[in-house]
Design a protein. Sequence first.
Length: 324
Amino acid sequence: MPEPERQPVTRLAPSPTGALHLGNALTFMTNWALARRLGWRILLRIEDLDGPRIKQGSDGQAIALLRWLGIDWDEGPVYQSADLAPYRAALQSLAERGVIYPCTATRREIAAALSAPNAGEHELRYPGLHRPAGGRYRFDADAPPLLGDDGTCWRLIVPDEPVAFEDALHGQYSVNIQQQVGDFVVATKAGLPAYQLAVVVDDARQGVTQVVRGDDLLDSAARQVLLYRLLGLGELPSYTHLPLVYGPDGLRLAKRHGDTRLATYRDAGMPAERVVGLLAYYAGLTDTPRPMPADAFAERLDPGRLYREPVRLTDEDDRWLRQS
Ligand code: GLU
């Protein structure tokens, strides 16, 4: 008898940083609507390992805001911080194969070692300062702890070759990770699994088959694909990286564009249907913004024709949102 087909699984994965804004909302709405249209199971995963960016109590706020928009889920919330054992096991397996190594370099040392540092860039390419000679680390009893807060991070030995994967909107996408960021961090100096590792371990163990998120994470996907393969985690999820929302000046939506946090709109008494209506307009589901509930957003969404252009929040949109 043929195996019954497994139900696809997607995840909503907010980082509880207290800043759920219109941009995140568009991605979550689209992910949720795709799932509801295509019969995917939805898991809510709270990504609360991201050190200093995490704000106390923001998980509850993020959950309340998703609900306010009309988004629901079938499972969760699951908190990454609840159990570090699966991440530790993955690190252990990488360490035993000698493909990760400890590094104590400071940001300043890394910058100094770069011949042409990219001033102002958030992520410096790691120039291999502590990479073991011979390209393999000898993991033994003297090695620093994998998740210790002793100022050591662990980095992956990244091959100098392209890593390619398929994205629903970007097609075949390929990144030479070594040239882009070098040996990236898989466990942080604070003794926590790094985002790239945590996401891969979780997507695999939670059976996630559909990853839908903003295209700021497209390059990260290559790092995750590499980890998927190194950890032998089987079939990759399908990736869909959606365009981001930008401010009137063309820069990525941020504080400088005023307060576009959902909490601010909600607390000012704006009905969620106005926000959802604007998101529907952004997603190309209507020609003009008009209030609608989440269900109507899902009904209108054509899974085969997702929006492909970056979205720009205009002053007019902002005025439209604020009139009630
Ligand atoms: N937690 C991440 C964020 O809020 C999303 C990670 C992911 O979808 O892989 O940006």
